[in-house]
Design a protein around this ligand. Structure first.
Ligand SMILES: [Zn+2]
Length: 547
């Protein structure tokens, strides 16, 4: 069992939902269709998108759902693609000499602002440790400094990433939101910083500079916002560790010593007495893709919502394999999740409406950085403080039945109690999440909701198969990761074993239906990074969160 405080029994006891009748035939048929070659790998904003959307809408209709966006099935998602070029070196200077660092080899940067030219000039550098502001932990790496006009130099991950256990303020080796690079840029912007530079380090980052370099050069994708990103920093980027060492040395400091200091509560930001400049041009291209939204109105409390989400998009045409096949079909990732959305919708329609409304959201642009779910969560059709919680489904693995499941992200919220009841009812066991240091909870569509306070399930099936045990399960999972993940061979086969997926989807049905038939408002645990956000949203809402 995962570490964490034992939970009290849930306050309300809820009648277990009827055993769902999940149609495996429907899931087979939909997965096959969605991953067929003529859907070309479902790349968003391409000629194939309308065909894919029409098919999903037809399936949602056939399942008995109603259009979920004020009589319409679609929610347009306006996006912007920004590609930087002509970058100048990063120049850092002070009383002594000026240092120059090359774009690509030494540093990378991009702008979250929609602007044709980015220029950071003579911006004072401040070392802000891990760049974390966590009021619930009494931790603020920005304490006492006004970041306006300044550039934050930030360590990657969080203070206790190297721990062997999951104990500690930042949950030891387990990744927290505060350890994700996305958080660090968001917080730097909230602090009013002009720019933010993360110090790359291979072990805590979990990938080398080559990955940073390739993902931060070339086109970057964002959701369009009314202010064109004016509330963001001018530039976000990464610097190589030796670059950071050189900069700190020029400031008369030492990176290792400051890193050690930053691991302790009460750390104060350190102005470096140096100024940084950088600049680049931006090519801007705007386009629109779409989320599909269906709803099954609740019978007694239709203005309270339970959410199911899954992404319909995939990579489209991609690098060809040895056979010359260049269509990344995305059968597992995530035709299975869309098929599961329809199958769960159909089972709920057949069981009759729940007390609360259930929303079925097929989001776009997950593969470009969770943009479809981000747009929905930033522009919710159903208010988030009236959204009880939900389940996200991404890449259901065809394999035989398993003995156990795990909560991705660990025991973060009252949803754990619902999960454990459902497991007990299904005769399944619970195992801790594999590789909790990788932070999977922060890397799919549920996270767009979680970071705004909505408790979301992300549940994983263990590889410990009923027949063949872990050896057999690991073999299937490794084969997928090595040979088929994000590759042209992620294709449907009539030989797939659907038993594991059927079991997963039965569990997902039960989790959502339990929430939809209850009057509980699950919250995050007191020490969780999203608790204060949910409490604030609920306090501000009229009639929200069961008040
Ligand atoms: Zn996926």
């Amino acid at each position: 069992m995962p570490k964490g405080t034992a939970l009290p029994p849930p306050e309300e006891t809820v009648a277990a939902p009827r055993q769902p009748d999940i149609s495996v035939d429907l899931m087979k048929q939909m997965t096959k269709r969605l991953s067929a070659d003529d859907f070309e790998g479902r790349a968003p904003s391409t000629a194939v998108e309308p065909k894919v959307l029409d098919y999903i809408i037809a399936q949602f209709k056939a399942a008995g759902l109603q259009p979920g966006n004020d009589g319409k099935w679609l929610q347009p998602v306006p996006t912007v693609e920004i590609t930087a070029s002509n970058a100048t070196p990063l120049q850092v200077g002070g009383p002594a000499a000026m240092m120059k660092f090359d774009f690509g080899n030494d540093y990378v940067a991009a702008s979250y602002r929609v602007t044709s030219h980015t220029k950071v000039e003579d911006s004072e550098l401040v070392f802000v440790g891990y760049g974390i502001n966590a009021p619930e932990l009494g931790w603020n790496d920005y304490a006492g400094v006004d970041m306006h006009g300044k550039t934050a130099v930030i360590l990657v991950n969080d203070p206790d990433y190297a721990s062997e256990t999951e104990d500690g303020l930042f949950k030891g080796r387990r990744m927290t939101y505060y350890g994700r690079w996305t958080y660090k840029f968001e917080e730097a912007a909230r602090q009013g910083a002009t720019a933010a530079l993360i110090v790359h380090d291979t072990f805590p980052a979990a990938y080398g500079w080559n990955v940073v370099n390739s993902s931060w050069t070339g086109a970057q994708y964002y959701v369009q916002t009314p202010d064109d990103g004016a509330d963001q920093t001018k530039a976000n980027g990464w610097i190589q560790k030796p670059v950071a060492q050189a900069i700190l040395q020029a400031a008369g400091k030492n990176l290792a010593a400051l890193t050690e200091a930053a691991k302790h509560k009460g750390f104060k930001p350190v102005p470096l007495g140096l100024k940084a400049s950088l600049g680049f041009d931006n090519a801007i291209r705007k386009s629109t893709s779409n989320n599909v939204v269906g709803v099954l109105p609740g019978k007694t409390r239709p203005d309270e919502y339970v959410l199911y989400s899954g992404h319909w998009d995939h990579l489209g045409h991609c690098t060809p394999d040895d056979t010359g096949d260049d269509i990344c079909n995305g059968a597992v990732d995530n035709a299975t999740g869309i098929a599961a959305l329809a199958a769960i919708a159909k089972a709920n329609v057949e069981a009759g409406p729940a007390d609360r409304s259930q929303v079925f959201l097929a989001v776009t642009l997950e593969e470009s950085g969770l943009l479809g779910s981000e747009f929905y969560a930033a522009n919710p059709i159903y208010p988030l403080d009236h959204t009880v919680g939900g389940v996200n489904m991404d890449a259901l693995m065809p394999s035989p039945r398993s003995r156990s499941h795990s909560m991705t992200g660990g025991d973060k919220s009252d949803l754990t109690a619902v999960f454990r009841e459902a497991l007990a009812d299904e005769g399944l066991g619970e195992v801790p999440e594999d590789h909790s240091e990788r932070g999977y909870y922060y890397r799919s569509d549920h996270f767009s909701f979680a970071k705004r306070g909505v408790p979301m399930f992300d549940v994983g099936r263990s590889t410990d198969l009923v027949e063949g045990g872990k050896a057999a399960g690991d073999k299937i999972s490794e084969d997928y990761t090595t040979n088929h993940y994000h590759a042209p061979s992620d294709e449907y086969s009539d030989d797939w074993n659907w038993d594991g997926i059927a079991e997963d989807v039965g569990l997902y049905y039960r989790l959502g239906r339990t929430l939809a038939d209850s009057d509980m408002w699950p919250n995050w645990h007191e020490s969780d990074e999203f608790r204060a956000i949910r409490d604030k949203a609920c306090a501000a809402a009229t009639g929200g969160c069961h008040k």
